[in-house]
Design a protein around this ligand. Structure first.
Ligand code: FRU
Length: 611
């Protein structure tokens, strides 16, 4: 039959003087090669998904999805040329009963149609009823939120409603690198266990769906109904404009506002973060004026019309990279009657150890203008939320209960996020953290990131418990729990006494190690991951990160959360924090504590395995 069609076409081509299309077939699809870079895939079989074969290192093919001949959407996929790294499912259930054709334009670089025909994707593209999301990767975290497959960057649009924590995130469902940005969605009732939900927002005619925020409109100011969930996000194509979407089913599905975009500027601006301001009785919106290194502050009565009130940041704080993903909220300062506003400005690059990082400013906000605190010399100091390399795009949940201000970050760095040694998914979120303000010895107000209390529920068996132990250069070793890929929580107090430094070394039998060093005279903790495991995928990965400890008196408390590819270190109840990825070939099996220059004391050491 195929042969007959082919010869018939060849005959027609002969008459018309053209070259015939070349046909192929795979399970459930019929393939027509039209030219060097253009192939039609007709979906003929029944099933739920077209399984798209991906080769991670190749360039994107552009796929126009035609339903009954009309363009329904365009997706970009790194279709396999020489080998299939993994598959991504394209859901075809919405097209049941319609003719479905994928019009594929592959990247340039073929010299003949024969070569193009041989691409691995054409032999392997199929229609299937199931797609397995079982984990096959040793570096997938055991207790951090990750997408089931595909690429993730910023957390965004988070809100709490009726006992549910909603987490949306920058998501590519069709590959493990940044592309097709949509809002993925997960929900949790305990901030630990996450349930994956359908994608909430997908690219449209205004562009990809970049980061933004959600609020619950309890007073129905916008007219979409009491308690409607309102999302504002950046529509990103050639330009970046701000759009509104509304949900009346608690954030599961969204309807785009017909008048989008609701806010346009003639320069790059993104990541709208909005909140209801009780004091002024109107909406506030902070927008990252990315290339101008500042945050713009707007007001609105109804979320549809916005008035620019002020800009903050030009020339202030770290200015090296673009300013992105803002957040603005008020908190009490622990141990005082004061309250302060905190303006979070994620920047990339320009972080203290290269690449992405979250800086913040403390100060006053009157609903229109943010005025940052200054130091003794009258300058606005640069402050960082986290002194690791893998803490970015951190923003908070809107409407968290009990006055809490809970944040979560993207646990990666733009320097190497697309190169980390995972395959079918890329990136995890940090653990959730409750924000608190405290006064440092220099009189400045600082942000503490307290591990959220929900994390206590992760603790399983108490594997090691040591009331007190003296350490010296020889050191003491403690076995880490071996089960569940070595995931654990370690908590301990260190008294440096006369020692110049105290070192915690996490290591395995292959000699892979992470070294955490407390230096009481410098008031710092350093985290060295240069020999932590696989560090070779990017020259920017091996690093030593250093955090101020804000303490005096040579004593610190540390809580470390170890997952399969990350370590989060919280000092003194979150007053200093370091989040760093690590990719050991095998889990770390031991922690060795040593001191140099004198004896030190470790007390209340507890190592918990994790459920
Ligand atoms: C931050 C960011 C945002 C943008 C999003 C795009 O990581 O660059 O500014 O909205 O990622 O995915």
């Amino acid at each position: 039959m195929k042969q007959t069609i082919k010869s018939a076409l060849a005959a027609v081509a002969l008459v018309l003087g053209t070259v015939p299309a070349v046909f192929g077939a795979s399970d459930g699809v019929r393939i027509e090669h039209l030219g060097l870079n253009n192939t039609l895939v007709r979906v003929t079989g029944n099933g739920k998904y077209v399984m798209l074969p991906v080769e991670d290192s190749k360039d994107d093919a552009r796929i126009n999805v035609l339903s009954d001949g009309r363009l329904d959407r365009t997706i970009n996929v790194r279709l396999a040329q020489s080998k299939v790294d993994f598959y991504v499912p394209f859901d075809i259930t919405p097209y049941k009963g319609h003719e479905l054709v994928l019009n594929v334009v592959t990247p340039q670089g073929r010299s003949s149609i024969r070569e193009a025909q041989d691409d691995a994707c054409w032999k392997n593209i199929t229609v299937a009823d199931t797609f397995s999301v079982a984990n096959t990767e040793k570096h997938r975290p055991a207790y951090h939120h990750t997408p089931q497959w595909g690429w993730m960057n910023d957390p965004n649009g988070m809100f709490w409603k009726d006992g549910v924590w909603h987490l949306y995130y920058q998501y590519n469902p069709y590959g493990s690198k940044w592309q097709n940005l949509s809002w993925g969605h997960s929900t949790s009732t305990d901030l630990i266990n996450w349930e994956h939900q359908p994608v909430a927002l997908e690219p449209d005619g205004l562009g990809m769906i970049f980061s933004g925020s959600c609020v619950v409109d309890s007073a129905n100011t916008a007219g979409f109904g009491k308690d409607a969930v309102l999302a504002m996000y950046t529509s990103a194509d050639v330009s970046q404009v701000q759009s509104l979407a509304t949900s009346t089913d608690g954030g599961r599905t969204f309807t785009r506002f017909p008048g989008n975009p609701t806010l346009t500027l003639s320069s790059e601006a993104r990541d709208p973060n909005m909140f209801w301001n009780d004091k002024t009785g109107e909406w506030n919106l902070v927008l990252a004026h990315a290339l101008d290194h500042e945050m713009l502050i707007f007001t609105s009565p109804d979320m549809k019309t916005w008035t620019l009130q002020s800009a903050f940041g030009k020339g202030e704080g770290a200015q090296d990279g673009v300013w992105e993903c803002p957040d603005l909220f008020e908190l009490p300062v622990s141990g005082t009657d004061e309250k302060k506003w905190v303006l979070i400005c994620n920047i990339n690059p320009g972080g203290p150890f290269g690449g992405s990082a979250a800086q913040y400013f403390t100060g006053e906000f009157d609903g229109k203008t943010f005025k940052a605190d200054t130091d003794a010399s009258g300058k606005i100091p640069t402050k960082w939320m986290d002194y690791g390399k893998d803490h970015y795009a951190t923003v908070s949940w809107s409407g968290a209960p009990d006055g809490r201000r809970v944040v979560i970050g993207w646990m990666s760095n733009w320097q190497y996020a697309a190169e980390v040694p995972t395959r079918q998914f890329r990136s995890a979120n940090t653990l959730p953290r409750d924000m608190e303000l405290f006064k440092g010895h220099d009189g400045q107000v600082y942000l503490a990131s307290v591990p959220s209390p929900e994390l206590l529920a992760l603790r399983d068996r108490l594997a090691v418990s040591v009331r007190g132990a003296a350490v010296n250069t020889k050191g003491k070793s403690f076995a880490l729990p071996a089960g569940n890929g070595g995931v654990c929580e370690i908590s301990l107090d260190i008294n440096a006494m006369k020692a110049d430094s105290v070192e915690l070394q996490l290591s395995n039998h292959q000699g892979e190690k992470v070294i955490v060093t407390y230096n009481p005279a410098a008031h710092t903790v350093a985290f060295d991951r240069r020999e932590s495991g696989n560090v070779g995928f990017s020259q920017n990965f091996p690093a030593v990160t250093v955090s101020p400890t804000f303490e005096t008196g040579g004593r610190i408390n540390l809580r470390m959360f170890i997952d399969r590819s990350s370590i989060e270190l919280f000092g003194d109840g979150g007053r200093f924090v370091m989040t760093n990825l690590v990719f050991p070939d095998n889990p770390y099996t031991h922690m060795t504590v040593r001191s140099f220059g004198g004896k030190a004391k470790v007390s209340d050491l507890k190592i918990y395995s994790i459920k």
